[in-house]
Each structure stands twice: as C-alpha cells, then as structure tokens.
Design a protein around this ligand. Sequence first.
Ligand code: ADP
Ligand code: MG
Length: 494
Amino acid sequence: MNNLIQGQKHEWEMVIGLELHAQVKSNSKLFSSSSTKFGSLPNSQVSLVDAAMPGMLPVINKFCVKQAVKSGIGLNAKINNYSVFDRKNYFYADLPQGYQISQYKYPIVGEGTVTIDFKDGTSKNIRILRLHLEQDAGKSLHDQNPSKTYVDLNRSGVALMEIVSEPDIRSPEEAGMYISKIRSILMYLDTCDGNMQEGSLRADVNISVRKPGNEYGTRSEIKNLNSIKFIKQAINYEAKRQIDILESGGAITQNTMLFNTSTGKTRPMRNKEEAHDYRYFPDPDLLPLEISSKEVEEIKSSIPELPDQLKNKYMNTYNLSNYDASVLTTDKQISDFFDQTINSDLELKESAKIIVNWITSELFFLLNNDNVDISNSPVSPSNLGQLIKLINTNVISGKIAKEVLDEMYKTKSSPIQIVKKKGLKQMTDSSEIEAIIDNVLNENKTMVDQYLSGKDKLLGFFVGQAMKKTKGKANPKILNEILLTKLTKKNQSQ
Ligand code: ADP
Ligand code: MG
C-alpha cells in the first residue's frame, strides 16, 4: 500500500507510534475501594487514598491486575511474572499525591502484536512495545466559576492500561484502524468499555516524517485525543506542518503539542528542554508485583473468543471476505447482532453477505443519524432477518425493502406487518403487469415510434413510467421481460 504524501519538493512518509490509555473495566479503583462509576456528582467517589491524605497506603486491586494480564494475552503479548510500580513525580492541581503510581522499567506486559485488515484484503501487523498499569489523575473543571478552577477527584486513582506501540503506523487511516482494533479486542475481553466519548480510551499520538528509506525523523507528540476523527485530523495537520518546515530548510524540535478540535490545528505545549524530569523511583509503599505462570495460564483459559478468531470463523463458515468479517468484529455488539440475525431463521444461512450489507450500510446509516448503538437498535435482528427473507423470496424488491426498513426503524413493527398494511407486496402477476405496460405504451405512442426507429435509450423511460404506475411494486425482472417482448413484437409487425 502506498502511503507516501507529496510535499512541494519531495515525497514523504509518516511514521506514527501511539500511546493508548485504556481505562480498566472494574468497579473499584487501582489502589482503593472507591467506585469508578462514570457521571456521578463531583468528588462523591473519593477515598482518603485517592485524596492523598497523609499516612494512607495503597492496596493493589487484584481484579485490575487480572484485567491487565487478560488484555496482554489478547494483544498476543508477553506477560511478565515480575513487574514494579514506580512513582512518576510531577506537580499538577488535579494530582493530589504529587506523583502518579505507574510502571516504568518493569511493566506487567511486554512485546505483542495487533493485526489490522485493509479493504483490499491485505493485512499488516503493528508491534506493541508494552502495556503497563497506572493511576488516572483527577480532573480540573474550568467552566464552573468565572474566576476559579475546581477539581473533581472521582477519576483520581482509576486504573488505566497504557498500551505503547512501536512506530509501525504509516498513515492516519492505519492509526484509526489500529485504535479500532485494540478497542475491539479490549471490548471482547471485557477489560475496557471502549467508550471514547467518556474518555475510557484516549491516545497520545507520536508523529514524525521522513523521506522513504531514511532514518526516523524527530517526532512531536500530540496529547490526549479521544476520537478517531480528531486523531486523523491531528496527524494530517501535524505531518503537513513538519513537511513545510523541513522543505524550507528548518528542523523539527521535539515538542509536546495540543490539538485544538475547533480550529483543527496543533500548537506546542512544551519542548524537550522544558520536558519533565519525572524522577521515577519504585514506590516504597508497594511490593513488586509477582504473578505465577499458573495464574497466567488460568487467566488464559478464561479468555473468550477474540475478534481475530471470530473473523476467521466467519470467513470459513459463511464465506465472507476478510474485510467484511473484520468489519463485523470491530465491535462485539455488531457481531452479536449479526449472529442473532443469521441464526434467527435456517433459510438465512446462505445470506451472510446480504446480511452484512444491510447491517453495515442501511441499518448503520439510520443508527448513526440518531447516534444509537446497534445493541439498542429499534430494528431487531430477527426482524432484519425477516426483511431479508422477503427480498430473497421476491415478495418485495430491494428498493421497497429500504422503505420498509425505514418504517421498521420508526415503528419497531415487523416487516411482514408493514408490507401487509401498506400493500407493498411485489406485483408478480404477469397479466396485471402486462395491462399496465399496454397502458404506458398506448399513452406514449410517439415515444414508441421513436424507440422503434432506433432510440434505444427510451426503454428506461417506459420502465420508469410502468414502475410509477405500480408505485415501484412491479417485479423489475418480469416487467422488463414483458416490456421487451411487447416492443420486439411491435418492431416485427412494422
Ligand atoms: P516517551 O516515553 O518519551 O513518550 P517512548 O520511547 O516511550 O518515549 O515512545 C513513545 C512513542 O513514540 C512510542 O509509541 C513510539 O512508537 C513512538 N516513536 C518513537 N520514535 C518515533 C519517531 N521517530 N516517530 C514517530 N513516533 C515515534
Ligand atoms: Mg510519551
């Protein structure tokens, strides 16, 4: 795949590495028993540990450790039996401890790989460098008071998994696919809820550009993005900015940047000289974390079917393409919906491709418009199955089916009820269709003459007129056949 971008003078290649922060799905925090529930009143879920009161001691949450190990297994990564929690020291108003407990030299998970699948059927592996556990910080609220900033510590101490990739990503699209894939894996594992809007998955994007084949260039790092759309925009903007500097003879300085989502531009936050010295050291309140291989094996045996396995199953069982199968497995909600649809009726077993098309085009269109998740779809899987059966058995045409789907979406009724109530059943009775065609030909005698003297294009006009008279309900195949036979007859009798 050619990802090169054309500058004023040269072609350039983007080099991208991502640091993803995935919030561990867990009822309580990494080192305290406070709740992690989203959207509660500010500071209603803060224990003395989370507020960093003197003398408080952190106690590791075993469930969060298991979740991290599970995630590591899902990323095909090495699980480290020995890891260490370090203090990462910096000052910030929403960090009451004055340090974040994180892992530095000895992370809980080491090297892994994630595969992304392209539309053209090819795939690519992105290497993972590490996954480590760390605490989230609190949140500064700037918009509650005109002259004050408030701090909400509900998030303080919530467990995060930081997943760091090697700089293997080469385009904004690949970055988007990589994030979707990780999100999907974590959601199948049930180790992260994947909710980007609520900040459960956020990314720091590292990007540099180089002439193809050259060494890696100097990178900048764009902090804290929580939508794939913004990540792609930020990468495009930043790559162009770097190329412009390099082509006019300048050099890139290693900056930490912020992306402004309203202007679509990046701006520097600090440069390397101002970079923090975090003075990492092992947290004296916590022992090194040891997990036995037996425990790791136990966790491994509890792992559910993962997106790549399910994808292969779809390809083998239903003959779906690599890409179609990977679209279905981007989200457990989608593959569940597909499974329920195809299993709702034995006669649908051969219709996998049609089902995928209806889910990913028509149904997604309706759901996206209203920002509704497929798990809350007003069209149930079995009703979608029934709709597809009506098309397969020629009761309605694909075109009418779209109308029926709109109505199913609005009213939650079954397609059969709608077809009955609105009289949308396809007209397959040839004598009925014949009468309508006769009518059309009689009403348009001059056009018929023009057609017979060689204006072939008029055929579409006759079809259109006849369809209009049947309100789109005539079976198109039968209509075309009858029309052609009639016109040929007229030609012969001329
Ligand atoms: P830091 O701790 O300073 O952020 P890391 O070595 O952990 O540095 O790297 C952070 C991220 O930067 C990784 O995801 C890595 O893939 C990416 N990265 C490293 N070098 C480059 C580069 N030249 N261009 C783009 N990304 C890079
Ligand atoms: Mg970094």
